[in-house]
Design a protein around this ligand. Sequence first.
Ligand SMILES: Cc1cc2nc3c(=O)[nH]c(=O)nc-3n(C[C@H](O)[C@H](O)[C@H](O)COP(=O)(O)OP(=O)(O)OC[C@H]3O[C@@H](n4cnc5c(N)ncnc54)[C@H](O)[C@@H]3O)c2cc1C
Ligand code: FES
Length: 354
Amino acid sequence: MTSAALRSRAWKVLEMVTTPLLPSDYLDLVSPLRAGADLRGRIEAVHPETDDAATVVIRPGRGWRGHTAGQYVRIGVDVDGVRLWRAYSITSPTHRQDGRVTITVKAIPDGKVSNHLVRRARPGTLIQLDQATGDFVLPQAKPAKVLYLTAGSGITPVMGMLRDIEFDDVVMVHCAPRPQDVIFRDELHDLVADKKMRLVEVHTDTDGMLDIARLDELVPDWAERETWACGPAGLLDAAEEHWSEHGVQERLHTERFRPGIVVAADGCGGGEVTFRATGKTVAADGATPLLDVGEEAGVLMPSGCRMGICFGCVTPLKAGAVRDLRTGEITEAEPGVLIQTCVSAAAGPCDIER
Ligand SMILES: Cc1cc2nc3c(=O)[nH]c(=O)nc-3n(C[C@H](O)[C@H](O)[C@H](O)COP(=O)(O)OP(=O)(O)OC[C@H]3O[C@@H](n4cnc5c(N)ncnc54)[C@H](O)[C@@H]3O)c2cc1C
Ligand code: FES
């Protein structure tokens, strides 16, 4: 008998012994990061960065395929017994010798996962991981001049880039309320001291919000620079408009942490939402994503990026109609129709299969 056949027979015997669980369930207990297991990671450390931000050091399991600077990873974390998925940009360089990756999380008011990771996550905790993804990355050919335009936690994917690749001519414009709110401030200042970058800090508590027209004064050659921008919607909307007005929109690359929401002209409807499998019906307005409505009602809702890019929340719409919050488009229930609950709100009564 070949060794493969022997292994297969041994596994079958194990399956009989471990029924009703599978042998892999027992292996998960002793070796959760092994090759072949669902991809997971173990939190190995949590380092505070500012009062409300922390870097989480994760050792990914064997199946981890690595990342490209600027990409993000979806992680599944158990918060009060509920598995919640969120996306976080990877802040460690691709060539980190010890194989660990880091994400840097800013706790937002009432944020379930961000507060959990920043304030309560402990070394040793296992989390679910997806492979890294995203196209907010650097090009193969090195641009001659680079501008990074960031605000708040939007600095994270750019920090991954700064730690990964050096360019000859880099300017960063970063906005945060006060100096002590600038995540990675010491490291940024070290790069400046080493003459690897020019940094413009905008402290919005004292300087006010960045008026994008000020770029002419702050970075006179901004239009010649290949630019990566990440921050709140207001900053990114203004940047996209500004770059388009000057005809250089192909030089601007943006990453959004939240979807761009349009408000529909008729006030958006809303209605009763029935979660068919769970047997719950709740009232929802026409502006709240069904993902939030379901989670609020205690329904187990799959999710990932929460902004319409990963399709981790896709669910059949069984009856009624929903509105896409990004475009205002209405989708009506038909056999086989799937909706993204993170960017869909009730447009009248509706019934979804969760
Ligand atoms: C591609 C991508 C990369 C990301 N990278 C990072 C990162 O590196 N670091 C980081 O801290 N976050 C990052 N995020 C945001 C992150 O995924 C979560 O949205 C964020 O941590 C909030 O989750 P929460 O569970 O704490 O908040 P929730 O409990 O989901 O929401 C609480 C409240 O805050 C609002 N809210 C949700 N998200 C945001 C937000 N981003 N900003 C302001 N208000 C919000 C909600 O509408 C709700 O009212 C990224 C998102 C995407 C899509
Ligand atoms: S959670 Fe990513 S598309 Fe909805």
